[in-house]
Ligand binder design. Sequence first.
Ligand SMILES: O=C(O)CCC(=O)C(=O)O
Length: 419
Amino acid sequence: MGAAQSVLEREDTRVQKFRDALTWAFDKQQQREEEVGTNKKQLKQLSDAEILDYINHTLCILPNQKASSEEEQEEVRGAEATSSSSRTTSRPSTGTSSLIHGGETYSVVVEDFGDSFYAKNWLSREEADALFAELAAIGEPNRPSELSAVSSASKKYPLWTETFGLKREKDNCRALDRWGSYHESWLRVKEPPTQLSKVCDMMRSRLNLPTYAVNSIVVNYYWEGDTTYIPAHRDTVHCLEENSKIYCLSLGASRDFVLSCNDDNGKFVKEDLNVAKEWRVGHGDLFALGFETNQQYVHSVPQAPGLKQMRISCIFRTVTRSFIDLESSEHKDATYFVSGKTKTFSAEVVATENIDDDGKREHIAELIQKREDEKRLKKTTKKMLHEENAAQYYMGEGRTVLLAKTKKEDDTTKETTSE
Ligand SMILES: O=C(O)CCC(=O)C(=O)O
């Protein structure tokens, strides 16, 4: 009875795996249809051999499967040796396959590309659905009422983003991937919602990462394909742990994720890109961008004309060099140059060397004030340079000094503060 039961259970698992393989074939066919658009003549049906190749492959190993018996665990381990040989024909020459092996209960095949990798169906359908539903509900109130190509073209990154940061144990400061001069946006870093926190935990356990890893998450909302995309760029890494990967998890509509040559910086039309490698990233897929790949290539999610469905991507980073204290800082004012308005802020950014470092603190109001003062200085200097008699200026610490007035006057250097 026990043995028969066990055989039946194994058969059930195989049937499930077979169903998953057929779902994959169906998705793949749909993807091809999307790619060729309405030109059905070009449509190449998936061959039986391709489907069989995939089925053979998935019967060896599937994401998120629970190894219920010793034999099944052997089967999972065995796939490491067979996976690359059974799939060599359908793999691009740039990629090799390897295995993420997060303990006994989780394994998934990945395609390697240098120090990056792509893992299809890294999240199960149910896991991806739950995260998508949670994040869509958060983003939806910010969907623009009119998505016009004209307004999106004027923005460098025409996307809505949400930023989440986990608190470090030491002092409850939140991880902050700090860049740019719009310091006010740093105040928006929030506690991740339930499903997103769960996925951070899964990431650490399935990818064997340390407890402080993937502590900073940016969520990008690609409302549709015509006006929302990410032009080719390189990620800044100065706040990240040395050599750590940046994990891009895709949810919802499939889009192209493209690595291309550095000259493509700023381009977002697929045909204009010098593609080095690309993946069609779909619901639940994970792309891990390695440090070297980020140096060698720019990456983009190009425009997808005609696409109506939303894609959400979650970008997970391991921040060890920058945190923000949103709870225990004193209140300080900053005055804006253009409007003359004064606003009160209560936050300090902490620049650190590593995850446990006390770090150097700077009040956000002081950083904003410094930026506004620089704006004023720039404007004043520009004005002075246009004045007929002005000849040479020296821009020092917060003041502009007139060194010489005109060629005609004597050459004694005069010092005049401009403000
Ligand atoms: O959406 C993606 O997969 C990529 C996003 C990205 O490149 C970024 O946020 O820097």
